[in-house]
Design a binder for this molecule. Sequence first.
Ligand code: ADP
Ligand code: MG
Length: 274
Amino acid sequence: MSRTLSIRGLEAGIEGKRILEGLDLEIHSGEIHALMGPNGSGKSTLANVLSGNPVYTVTGGSASLDGEDLFALSATERALRGLFLAFQYPVEIPGVTVGRFLKRALELRSEYGAKTPGSPVPEGKGDLGGYVKSLRDTMAYMEMDQSFINRYLNQGFSGGEKKRMEVLQMLMLKPAFAIIDEVDSGLDIDALKVVAKGLNRLRDDTSRDGQGFGALLVTHYRRILDEVAPDFVHVMYKGRIVLSGGPELVGELEQRGYDWVADLPVPSVAEVAS
Ligand code: ADP
Ligand code: MG
């Protein structure tokens, strides 16, 4: 069953300042959508609004997950339905170890899944040995030292370690949709390759009942898109998607920058939906 994250005419802002100005976007599970655009165009705002950060206010439009109104759900309820936000700036959570954090998140997903027919239930429920093995294997895959299991989440992690941690969480939780905000910024080449390897593993995972991994991959750089080839590329400018296309857009943006997108007419909802 394919799943759908649908955004129509979304308007949102913060402290009375409007940032999203009528944004349309539709993502199906199994598709990787790259989201590019100049600084300040509202990419992180979109990520925060979709995942339920209460600091932002939605003032118009709609967003739905498989037809269900996203904005009627709490951030927790969105996460339980399979939406994941990989933060541009992951927060440090002193007192909560990586091992306990992921275990609890998986338990909550299992409890929710058990109550909800058709919901993906992560394997290993109640199986501590299985959980630890899966965590250790996944950490090894992400080339992370096993000692991270007992460290407080993100506390004192380097920039690259925080980004690997975001991908580790996705590999363990297997979200249906991930909004991935600049996971590649500030990474050295080796860390970038590991992060890309993790994202490709999510994409290639066939153990999800035919439900592919859908992602909105926010980035400024071609490098990660050379590794994790997007199915679609969108350009955001002043709170709207002004241009959508295939991977060929990445090269064009690299050559021409963003100035020219400012002059493009904003596509109508009808065009976007067709
Ligand atoms: P992007 O991720 O595309 O660089 P952002 O969504 O971070 O853009 O920001 C869009 C605009 O919203 C910017 O002008 C930014 O200054 C403003 N903005 C974002 N967060 C806040 C905030 N907490 N308070 C005030 N303005 C904000
Ligand atoms: Mg941002």
